[in-house]
Design a protein around this ligand. Structure first.
Ligand code: KG4
Ligand code: ZN
Length: 375
């Protein structure tokens, strides 16, 4: 008999095929399973995500990933002593809701998870909850390091920074969003990825560039390169990173010309480290400045830093310091590092709050939208 809420969540908006099961314990959501099949190795070959390649890989992974999420969900659930033979049996007996990312993202990728979720909801007559990917990232901060739900005091200022998005959102309560700033061009993660590509380094660029930057920071060397901080003082809460990206490209070309290098592979690691450092400092200064402005204007009680880029320890530290300097009572939170990148647990947790507010749909009432806005 199905008593508690138990959500099967699916996320395929970009290059991770992910499924998770979210249950409830002590009136809080809890991760019962969280499976991610990453396509990083596939996209490393091309130095970025090729949409057609991504959707084909999702097609191959989706059913095994969903089955594994269902099967592994029982081992962590202490109330559940039943051993299920198959994932379908478990779906029949335990799952009460299906949740799925409805956008934004790559349309070919989104459609794979979206149609898998719709099909399951239709076949099993389950309610379905469409979730905005950015909302999911925000909700990753509602989980602690052990995968249990935690309360965050509203109003929340959310700085969501990923490969595809950079935005500031004011969250008055569960489901009440107002986007107060966003990027006018590139996302921060995209800029990290492009800078790594310009230097002939791998994909994804974020962890590589941030490692090089920390190496330079630790040496406390003399800084010769300074990159621009685009629209840092324009009075708005918007961001722009394409000018910064171009400044890095100009610098790389200058180094090649001055040294008669034929390829970026000839650039010294110490120079790569300095470029990475100068780039990351520019990103950090812009994020801190815009976040500070948003806090002063909107007086949130909590600040959440989420999205793939929030795995970055230096950016976390700079933002956290800035928040406590403004007002020590404001709580700064970022998701556990295992939940900062794309995953389905965050989609399931966001769906839990939709379900509590009776925001559920039938399989034929929902739509996928690659440009879905948070509202
Ligand atoms: O949220 P996410 O997994 O996917 C999107 O929704 O886009 O974010 C992926 C992005 C990539 O651009 C990756 O380079 C970046 O997050 N990233 C980082 C770090 N780890 C991942 N950026 C900076 N520092 C990191 N440590
Ligand atoms: Zn994401």
């Amino acid at each position: 008999m199905k008593e508690n809420i138990k959500i099967l969540a699916i996320e395929t908006s970009c290059d991770e095929t992910a499924a998770a099961v979210i249950g409830v314990a002590n009136d809080q959501p809890i991760i019962l399973s969280n499976i991610i099949s990453s396509q990083i190795d596939l996209h490393a070959k091309t130095g970025g995500v090729v949409p057609e390649v991504a959707s084909r890989a999702h097609m191959e992974a989706i059913l095994p990933v969903v089955a594994e999420a269902l099967l592994t969900s029982t081992t962590q659930d202490s109330n559940n002593t039943v051993e299920y033979q198959t994932a379908i049996e478990l779906l029949n007996k335990e799952i009460t809701h299906v949740a799925v990312t409805a956008g934004p993202g790559l349309i070919g990728s989104l459609l794979v998870g979206f149609n898998a979720a719709k099909t399951l909801a239709y076949a099993k007559s389950l309610p379905i909850v469409p979730i905005n990917h950015i909302e999911g990232h925000l909700y990753s901060a509602f989980l602690d390091e052990s995968g249990k739900g935690r309360d965050i005091t509203f109003p929340i200022l959310a700085l969501t920074v990923s490969g595809g998005h950079t935005s500031l959102t004011l969250v008055a309560d569960h489901g009440e969003y107002k986007v107060i700033g966003e990027t006018l061009d590139d996302a921060v993660g995209e800029a990290y990825d492009k800078v790594a590509k310009m230097l002939g380094l791998g994909y994804p660029g974020g962890p590589i560039i941030s490692k090089l930057a920390s190496q330079f920071r630790a040496l406390k060397g003399i800084v010769n390169i300074i990159f621009p901080r685009p629209i840092i003082n324009d009075g708005s809460l918007n961001f722009s990173f394409s000018g910064l990206k171009t400044a890095v490209l100009i610098q790389v070309k200058k180094i090649l010309a001055e040294n008669n290098f034929e390829s970026v592979d000839q650039i010294d690691q110490s120079v790569q480290e300095e470029i990475a450092y100068a780039f990351e400092e520019a990103v950090a200064d812009v994020l801190v400045a815009k976040m500070k402005k948003a806090i002063e204007k909107h007086l949130p009680r909590s600040v959440v830093f989420a999205g793939g880029v929030s795995a970055n320890g230096y950016l976390r530290q700079r933002l956290k310091q800035a928040v406590s300097k403004i007002d020590e009572r404001i709580v700064f939170l970022a998701p556990h590092r295992t939940l900062s990148g794309d995953n389905a647990a965050m989609i399931g947790v966001a769906a839990y709050y939709h379900i509590k507010n009776d925001q559920i749909n039938k399989w034929n009432e929902i739509q996928v939208d690659s440009n879905l806005e948070l509202s």
